[in-house]
Design a protein around this ligand. Sequence first.
Ligand code: SF4
Length: 508
Amino acid sequence: MTQLRVVLIKPSKYAVDGAVERFKKGFLPNATLYHIASLTPARIGDVPVTVHTVDEYVWQDLDYLRWLHHDPDVITLLALVGVQSHQFHRALDLAAYARHHGVRHCVIGGPHAMTCDTSMLQGRGVSFALAEAELIWQQILDDALAGELQPLYGTNQRWAEKLPGTVINPPSAAELARYTSPMLGLYPVRGCPYKCNFCSVIKIAGRQERSPDIESTLESLRRAKRGGVEMIIFVSDNFNKFPTVRALLQAMIDERLALPFFCQCDTQIVKDPELVELLGRAGCTEMFVGVESFNRKTLRTAGKHHNHPEQYAEIIRLCRQAAIRPHFSNIIGFPDDDEAEIQHHLDVLKSLRPTVASFFILTPIPGTEQYDDFRKAGRITERNLDRFDATCPTWAHSILSSRRLDDLLYHCYTSYYGFLLKTRGLSVEEQRQAVYYRCIAAQRMHPMAGGTDRLRVDTAADYAALRRAAYDIDLAPLPDSLSLSASDEALNRRIDWSVQRPLENVTS
Ligand code: SF4
């Protein structure tokens, strides 16, 4: 009897030196891989289904490429999942590799295919998934089994109106060992009601907050605990806007799950001290908050009206009170930023002293409103999608040169963590992290790139001929953004404002 072999790969990206970015130990697990693996049935009719999961960032050798070779005893489906624009070339290359070695069914999904026009690459043997997996994954599996994938999936609707409760099966012990600690990413709520112009989340997941029942998340947590997971990463962008967040946290406390977790909250968490306290009691160890800038005018211009810099100190105080590490995410290189503004930002940040600070360069991510505006204005200078990862200059800033912006990015890291190391009261773990971030940034590598100890195994040059033969390109052209369908627009308009926590000044 034949069987269906599903190979799920989260592609890495090509670094500036051309190497595929790989690490000995990863910092963050990929949530999509295990989500889609858990959506895949063990059998389809009489046909057994086997699933392989590969997070390329933490795969230290090329063993997995053997699954991308034709095997007469199985039907192979290669799915490149969660592919962002800076990973798109790598995804194309892996699909070209598989096709070259006789695998007929390859599909690319994730943010890039969902939000960007791929028409010039269509009809070349690789399919594109334009919608959430819940809407199309079973059809893709059925089509692979029937012998032919469709060129496109999910053209009429990007988002599922309701999310079914999917229980996530934890990774194996061998897979967990690829990360700095045994971690699992979970995505219990999707979407964000805000409208920041640089944000891809609202294009990928919409503005309507959607979440499945909390029982499926709780069961995922129980299985994770039994499976040896020691840390949960809630990758949802606004955990505090999750309508049933209190019920979930209380259930975690009542069940004594004792699973430490990381979550992301928007700055309006400041208005909910009780929730911060509950998060702490439920096991939250670190809260990531997109503060972005201390300049209110900059924030308003970027559409981030709900961020009020005068409230940032209180977020830190609330976190510390609940034994949660505050992690402030900062963006440098907004259109009006100059050196003095960035230095001022650093000074204010040092006065607030969040335990963790990350820095990124403002990047017009393909598919976003800002990308469309910058492209129309002819401001995008970078032609290689690999560079659109928020760590590289990609557009013509009117005040700062690309080189200077690059310097300032690493200066922010070395200066902030150098300062932090001189302060009192850091735990041993915090000191170790600060030393690591400072050293990595001093070598002009981004500390949030994905892991420790970068490895050089294969490079873009190894796949260049395959890319050219499969798609007739050296680099994919910068894409147009895709418009939303009428049904997705309608879903966006149905934001349930009553369940949103304090949401003032959305349009002010
Ligand atoms: S608050 Fe965060 S997730 Fe929401 S639109 Fe703004 S940047 Fe995106």
